[in-house]
Write a protein that binds this ligand. Structure first.
Ligand SMILES: Cc1cc2nc3c(=O)[nH]c(=O)nc-3n(C[C@H](O)[C@H](O)[C@H](O)COP(=O)(O)OP(=O)(O)OC[C@H]3O[C@@H](n4cnc5c(N)ncnc54)[C@H](O)[C@@H]3O)c2cc1C
Length: 485
């Protein structure tokens, strides 16, 4: 998204991308329903090779060094953050307040949603603003009645906003929206754009004389050697932990603990969504759900700060998915819950100095656990849903299912390790995603999140990238970047 924004404004961009091969898989869709979907073969990146878990031993780190990254495998749920998500943390401490507001980000949400062909209801519901939708999908009538009751209790029930693309689609990839196919590939025809595949960035190069970053060093997969590329500005968007690792590895006499880490904040405030999946059985049959539907968090005023859950309902099995085509009703619904955690300085990643992966980059130590408050909030989600359904006159129960292992990383929503704040006392980057210590380096993925709302992160990360790079292109045009302005 950063590259897209810069190229639109006539700035020459070189993307260094670790991945080599075009996306794989297959997706066949008719009348807005997936008929066949095959995700790419093979597993995720070498997660066990790339980190040590010194917090929760079950900690995972999923990543994908491929064109399109994790968007080769993602679901595509793209709820916007609500206005309160940017400032409710201030109830706890000023360090939890974002340096920008929902209004600042709103135009960029719209821009990204258009690129993603989002489908959904598009309407505002409690605790979730509506957005641009290429195709409107409404709740079935019986669920609409339930939604009206839940809204009276302060929670919104709506179709899940999802980057689902056009209603009819045959594509050689596993997901409708893939960041390589849908964003980078169309830029190839621009004379301002260059994509270098198999280019694994190792560090940002700092010039002590010029007091700025002057380029990056990367390992080229074709010859296995290190190369340098000069640049006026550098945007890191390699996924939260990879961007953080690049900064840690960018060591110099001026920044012995890594670029942007002058105040020992880099890598801290790591957060992820604790996640659970279970089956809700209702006393009476209800319409099967395709697309999935989304129940928003409890009202902010009645929740502890930064502690919330959101629920996504869909088919609990492939058989149920297929039955969805028949129009018959069901009494069983799969429910996925994402909770939140309050990020703290002790939940962190640090480089394991002296150890390196196959590219020569430091391995990471991930030291994070979900605390009691976070797990308590997650576990309260079953009771709250049963209460809401009962208020809508639908008695229900949760079926016993093998418990999920609730471990950090399993939601694949890491963020916060290069957080944004108005003050360098609490932030690694400023309100335009620029390192306080080196403003011609930007961090434009979820590493910049000040806090992690219960909503899926990718839309917000992309909107922030668009906003930051619109400003960066203005600064480049004005000559402010070269003059360290
Ligand atoms: C099964 C699954 C379902 C998901 N569902 C959702 C969802 O519904 N909604 C949602 O919001 N999110 C979802 N996610 C998470 C979502 O995929 C990520 O938030 C998103 O892809 C992050 O984008 P990113 O570009 O920051 O990082 P990535 O997608 O990880 O991309 C990073 C890119 O950087 C490249 N790279 C990494 N290191 C280097 C380096 N050193 N040098 C050069 N290039 C490098 C990689 O090759 C890759 O192309 C899901 C993830 C999974 C696995």
């Amino acid at each position: 998204m950063a590259a897209w924004q810069l190229v639109q404004q006539g700035v020459a961009v070189t993307v260094l991308e670790s991945g080599q091969d075009p996306p794989q898989g297959m997706l066949i869709r008719a009348f807005g329903r997936n008929l066949y979907r095959k995700k790419p073969q093979g597993g995720f990146g070498s997660d066990c090779q790339a980190h040590r878990s010194s917090g929760d031993p079950g900690t995972k780190w999923y990543f994908s060094h491929s064109l399109g990254g994790l968007s080769n495998r993602w679901t595509g749920a793209v709820p916007r953050f609500a206005p309160e998500d940017f400032n409710e943390g201030a109830r706890l401490h000023e360090k939890y307040e974002w340096p920008l507001s929902y209004a600042d980000l709103e135009p960029y949400y719209d821009r990204v949603e258009r690129l993603m062909d989002v489908v959904g209801s598009g309407a505002d519901v409690p605790n979730l603003p509506g957005g641009y939708t290429a195709d409107i999908r409404d709740l079935p009538a019986d669920w609409k009645r339930i939604a009206a009751c839940m809204a009276r209790l302060g929670q919104g029930l709506t179709t899940l906003p999802i980057a689902d693309g056009p209603p009819h689609l045959v594509a050689k990839r596993g997901t409708a929206f893939n960041s390589y196919t849908n964003i980078l590939q169309p830029l190839m025809s621009s004379r301002h754009f260059d994509l270098r595949r198999g280019a694994h960035v190792l560090r940002v190069d700092w010039s002590p004389e010029r007091r700025r970053a002057v380029g990056v060093t990367f390992r080229d997969g074709s010859d296995g050697r290190e190369h340098q590329l000069e640049a006026d500005a550098i945007v890191l968007a390699a996924g939260s932990l990879h961007s953080t690792r690049i900064l840690f590895d960018s060591v110099s006499a001026d920044f012995p603990n890594g670029l942007g880490n002058g105040r020992d904040l880099l890598g801290r405030y790591l957060h992820d969504h604790p996640r659970e999946w279970w089956v809700l059985e209702t006393a009476k049959p209800l319409s099967r759900l395709s697309p999935s539907i989304y129940l928003t968090r409890r009202a902010y005023a009645e929740s502890e700060p930064l502690l919330a859950t959101a629920w996504t309902f869909g088919a609990p099995s492939t058989r149920e998915k297929l039955l969805g085509f028949t129009g018959l009703k069901s009494r069983q619904f799969g429910v996925q819950v994402f909770g939140t955690m309050v990020p703290t300085p002790t939940g962190r990643v640090t480089p394991l100095r002296g150890s390196s992966d196959e590219n020569g980059a430091s391995k990471l130590d991930i030291d994070v656990r979900f605390d009691d408050a976070s797990l308590r909030t997650l576990r309260s989600a079953q009771g709250r849903l049963i209460e809401l359904m009962a208020a809508a006159d639908v008695p229900s129960r949760v079926l016993p299912v093998p418990p999920d292992q609730v471990a950090p990383g399993s939601s694949v929503h890491y963020g916060g390790t290069a957080r944004m704040h108005r003050s360098p006392e609490y932030g690694v980057v400023d309100t335009w995603n620029r390192l306080f210590d080196c403003p011609n380096v930007l961090v434009c993925d979820a590493a910049c999140f000040t806090t992690g709302a219960e909503k899926n992160p990718t839309l917000t990360a992309m909107a922030l990238a668009a906003r930051a790079c619109e400003q960066l292109s203005r600064d480049i045009t004005a000559g402010a970047v070269r003059s360290n302005g």
